[in-house]
Write a protein that binds this ligand. Structure first.
Ligand SMILES: Nc1nc2c(ncn2[C@@H]2O[C@H](COP(=O)(O)OP(=O)(O)OP(=O)(O)O)[C@@H](O)[C@H]2O)c(=O)[nH]1
Ligand SMILES: [Mg+2]
Length: 351
């Protein structure tokens, strides 16, 4: 079994046959049952459905409701391209998975690596870059999610995938995003704990500050500590923290800055401890529930936005009279938009 679920166990091959109906389509409820029982291939197929969106994705959401409590820790890992996020995760996931020798409870972490450049790489490459030891890989689940240029789709797919992971017994839930673009930053903004990774050079502290990433940081990692400029990056971060450039979502929280060399796992244990310390802080200050609610609120808002957008496109494609008035220059686009919005919304009274 590979950590990216490229291979099947014999048991799964047999079950996969049962799961496929005469129409060639697997029933979502059957797939979910198999996934909950621990069959990775079934989970992978459900995630593909979520990624594609539409009715099957909504059906999964309905079925998962009640199975996922929303209590699993959600950890965002973000930073500029190439700063070493996936390499870091390869070492962090075994820490999160725990081990009997360390008398820690065993956990089953799941990673969703959001790949913004999927049309070229197919998405899978990024997930494959997360390498870890076999024991942890057996308990963890790693998956790339391709955005295929649909930013809105990503915003909907990520929370659905996280709930599915939780319903299948996974936790903590880690989302890796490249910290460029509003949707990617927003995805990590609603995590319980956000780890921002910087590296000397292109993805450095100043760059991260400009892209708004430092504002969302609960834990700061200077990776590639073996490279020249790492100490400068740390100093820049400390300086920005001192100047209060970073507001953070958590009141009274100063992100710890940790130096790592992800390729040799140096400093990774510290990152794990910092994540736990931040979670303890959230629990002590009663912010876990607030964060959970803000995730749900954002998902609802994103769904409403998407539905209104679809409704607007459909309405305009019928070439309504109001649109023609704008096209003929009789009304301003603003007045036309106001009229059309009113029409649209009055047809769908709040219930
Ligand atoms: N020297 C050095 N190289 C590192 C370190 N960590 C990661 N790298 C290298 O940096 C490159 C990018 O690492 P990734 O882990 O793929 O970076 P990433 O942030 O996940 O990249 P994207 O997902 O494409 O944004 C790889 O060649 C890694 O081997 C480190 O601590 N030191
Ligand atoms: Mg990566």
């Amino acid at each position: 079994m590979t950590n990216t679920s490229g291979m099947m166990r014999p048991r799964e091959t047999a079950r996969a046959g049962v799961m496929t109906s005469s129409s060639g389509m697997a029933k979502v409820s059957d797939l979910l049952q198999c996934a909950v029982e621990g069959e990775r291939r079934a989970l992978g197929r459900l995630l593909t459905m979520i990624e594609k969106g539409g009715e099957p994705a909504d059906e999964i959401c309905e079925l998962v409701q009640g199975r996922a409590t929303g209590e699993a820790a959600v950890i965002g890992v973000t930073g500029a391209p190439g700063t070493g996020k996936s390499t870091l995760l390869g070492n962090l996931i075994p820490e999160m998975a725990g081990s009997p020798e360390r008398t820690e409870p065993e956990r089953r972490p799941a990673v969703l690596a959001v790949d913004p450049s999927s049309p070229l790489t197919g998405g899978a490459i990024l997930g494959d870059r997360i390498r870890m030891d076999a024991a942890a890989a057996g308990r963890a689940f790693i998956r790339s999610m391709a955005t295929r240029g649909h930013a809105g789709g990503l915003a909907l797919a990520v929370p659905s995938a996280l709930r599915l992971f939780e319903a299948c017994g996974y936790g903590p839930l880690v989302v890796e995003t490249v910290g460029v673009g509003q949707v990617e930053v927003d995805v990590t903004r609603t995590a319980d704990t956000t780890v921002v990774v910087v590296a000397p050079g292109m993805g450095d502290a100043v760059q991260a500050n400009k892209s708004g990433l430092l504002e969302v940081a609960d834990v700061l990692v200077v990776n590639k500590a073996d490279r020249p400029g790492a100490d400068d990056a740390r100093r820049d971060l400390e300086h920005m923290l001192d100047l209060g450039h970073l507001t953070g979502l958590t009141q009274n929280w100063r992100p710890e800055i940790i130096m790592t060399e992800a390729t040799t796992a140096t400093g990774v244990e510290q990152v794990h401890r910092a994540i736990q310390t931040h979670r303890d802080h959230l629990a002590k200050t009663n912010q876990l529930e607030t964060r959970r609610q803000s995730r749900i609120r954002k998902e609802v808002q994103d769904r409403v936005t998407q539905q209104l957008q679809t409704a607007a496109s459909q309405y305009l494609s019928t070439k309504p009279a109001a649109l023609l008035e704008a096209l003929e220059g009789k009304k301003t686009p603003a007045a036309t938009a106001a009229k059309i919005s009113k029409n649209l919304l009055s047809n769908q009274p709040p219930s």
